[in-house]
Design a protein around this ligand. Sequence first.
Ligand code: ATP
Length: 349
Amino acid sequence: MSATPVVEVSHLRKTYGEKVAVDDVSFAVQPGEIFGILGPNGAGKTTTVECLAGLRHADGGATRVLGVDTQADPGAVRGLLGVQLQESALHDKITVGEAVRLFASFYPHPADVGELLDLLDLAPHQGVQYAKLSGGQKQRLSIALALVGSPRVAILDELTTGLDPQARRSTWDLVERVRSTGVTILLVTHFMEEAERLCDRLVVIDAGRVVAAGTPLELVDGLDDTRTVQLRLPEVDAARGREALARLAASHPDVQSVDDAGSGVVAVTGTRRVLFAVVPALAQVDVLPDDVRTVTRSLEDVFVAVTGRSYDPDAAPAAVGSGAPAADGAEGVGRRRDLTPTADRGDRS
Ligand code: ATP
């Protein structure tokens, strides 16, 4: 891509005491992209975006938003960058409308509050107090607060954690709606499906390092060439069908293995052409499967391929440094973050 990146992170490093949270992370985000930072809990995603937003001092590397060095001059990104971090802290009694208007007053060129509430489907809930909002409504409010300064770039961190599948899907639609207004989005998530569904490009981060980068399709296409076909055989023909498939695995160059996938399903793995081998072999013994599916590969398979372990979003990350907390006490391990606009944060460390 040729456009000038709106976000540039290069060789970013951040430690908390002995703990290396981010170790040489680099990526660039182009205008209008939804760019993902994907990885399990503790991988270093939030630390990366907090350094990018100028909320934390990096130990090394550079972070830029629209050419502004956010480490050297965090105040200068105010208005350029909207930040929605995990677990917003708002007073229980403040209403949706009051919160958005209050935050709008912090910025020199705020968004039109009415338009913003419409964009995020919050207009009908303007008078509702924060404590009475549903999880999905709270998340929509947190996006509204990230966008109220009319930023060119928005950071959305673990936006759909804790939401039910339906609220999650409608939040995804909203993210796309926001992008269509011209805002570039940096999306932090540990949900593979979310990254696959929303991101134009992404980096996968594990234990503080980028382990894969590209479009979801490029990453999946970069996997090895094996394919798996799953077949549900009719009970009366199952034994005959399995025998035919076992013979095939022993003799056909495009078939590597035949495994029991449980619930009466047989999984046949082989080359890209495995389906061409399976169907005639079953036809020959007159076994018509009740169901045939090719197993699609996903970012989860990419994670397994690059890290050598299965993806558990909640697993503690592999150690990069020791787990000692920050020595200066300025960054407690508590994860509650507030929504105060970037320039007002005086507690960087
Ligand atoms: P999560 O989704 O759980 O927030 P993450 O990928 O965003 O995960 P970070 O929050 O950036 O990861 O944390 C990276 C590592 O740094 C983790 O091991 C975490 O425990 C550690 N860490 C984060 N904040 C602090 C802090 N203030 N003091 C000490 N260690 C910290």
